[in-house]
Design a protein around this ligand. Structure first.
Ligand code: MN
Length: 380
């Protein structure tokens, strides 16, 4: 495919912010891909809706235009919907909006944005064929509105469990497949027409041209799935929104456990996000990676016990790496073989849950570097 670099681009972009009610941080990394096609949005306090917030991750494919435009304009399309505007104009409380009102505004916001971007691409006539997933959460004083279109994912961790997760829209899912077949398409190798790996997305207009079908009946649909979850401020710990570059290599539960273990070490959310992204790369992710982490007052807190445990684990890990490296005499040391060797051992206690030794690659690297050159053949 030629879509990968020789070496991953590992520099990360971060944002952070917060209010009394919650804090957030973001991390994104290009990784092995030739282009960075992810975008995201993070807004605490919406225009005319100071009590509401909005977060979203967009994973672009075949280009970044749709993902980028969506990250800038999806929110406007939802907020300018008459259901929201009625409340603004009447000076009513947003609490009085029903869930159905909010869902209608979000859904139509998605569909309107999709129409708008199609017009723009037609006007530009630049042959842009890109598309994008979208996973978002609107947070009101009492509720979370999880919104998903595609195969990025969001989940809520409550009381150390994954309480809610969005479902990925894959072409092989029975309902998705039914729609695709009804629109005259096919599903092969789990892809729409053997090509696109996601069955709902913004953009992707070449899959939205069946004249006898409406906008949500096409091979690829921009229709978001929306789930309302009541907030539970005593037990809600955090929300994660991330693209498949993160979820390809970790389950929801692994990621939740890993994040909890990192938050027990320090309260720097940027650091937590970056360590998820680095660990995902080390676990073998070849995709662009973007993650947003939102934490609530009940989120895990750093403890001395967890810090001590981590320090002892690192000490043991270093000792094991020294032992392995010093035994290698005749052949050049190989980092990936070393990582596999370490991953297969069970004598290093308290490696981070959900990450294992791959979460500690920097520790392994530091020791490894002391040996490289000592054993490698000359000139290599
Ligand atoms: Mn992706």
């Amino acid at each position: 495919m030629g879509a990968f670099l020789d070496k991953p681009k590992t520099d990360k972009k971060n944002e952070k912010g917060g209010s009394a009610a919650f804090k957030y941080a973001t991390s994104s990394m290009q990784g092995w891909r030739v282009d960075m096609e992810d975008s995201h949005t993070a807004k605490i306090g919406l225009p005319q809706l100071p009590q509401w917030s909005f977060f979203a991750v967009f994973d672009g494919h075949a280009g970044s235009k749709i993902a980028e435009y969506s990250s800038q304009h999806l929110l406007d399309h939802v907020l300018s919907h008459k259901k929201f505007q009625n409340f603004v104009n009447n000076g009513e409380q947003y609490d009085e909006m029903t869930d159905e009102d909010v869902k209608e505004a979000i859904r139509e916001g998605f569909l309107n944005l999709d129409v708008k971007m199609r017009e723009l691409s037609t006007t530009r006539n630049d042959n842009d064929r890109s598309g994008s997933t979208a996973v978002c959460v609107f947070i009101s004083p009492k509720k979370y509105y999880f919104v998903n279109c595609g195969d990025s994912r969001g989940f809520l961790c409550r009381d150390s469990n994954v309480h809610f997760s969005t479902e990925d829209h894959k072409p092989g899912n029975p309902l998705e497949k039914e729609r695709i077949l009804n629109a005259g398409g096919s599903v092969m190798i789990q892809r729409v027409n053997g090509s696109l790996a996601v069955s709902r997305a913004l953009g992707d207009y070449e899959y939205k041209n069946v004249e006898s079908k409406g906008p949500t009946e096409q091979l690829v649909s921009p229709d978001p799935e929306i789930t309302v979850v009541e907030r539970d401020d005593n037990n809600d710990q955090f929300i994660v929104l991330a693209c498949d570059g993160i979820f390809d290599v970790s389950t929801n539960e692994e990621l939740a456990e890993y994040i909890i273990s990192r938050m027990e070490l320090h309260d720097d959310l940027v650091k937590v996000c970056n360590s998820v992204v680095d660990t995902s790369l080390n676990k073998g992710s070849r995709d662009n990676m973007t993650m947003i982490l939102l934490t609530f007052p009940a989120a895990p807190k750093p403890s001395q016990e967890a810090k001590t445990r981590e320090e002892e684990m690192e000490k043991k890990l270093k000792a094991v790496v020294h032992e392995i490296c010093s035994e290698v005499k005749d052949e050049p040391l190989d980092m990936s073989a070393l990582m596999q060797n370490l991953a297969a051992r069970n004598d290093i206690e308290n490696l981070p849950p959900g990450g294992g030794v791959f979460a500690k690659r920097c520790v392994v690297d530091a020791v490894f570097k002391e040996y490289v050159g000592k054993t490698a053949p000359e000139g290599s």
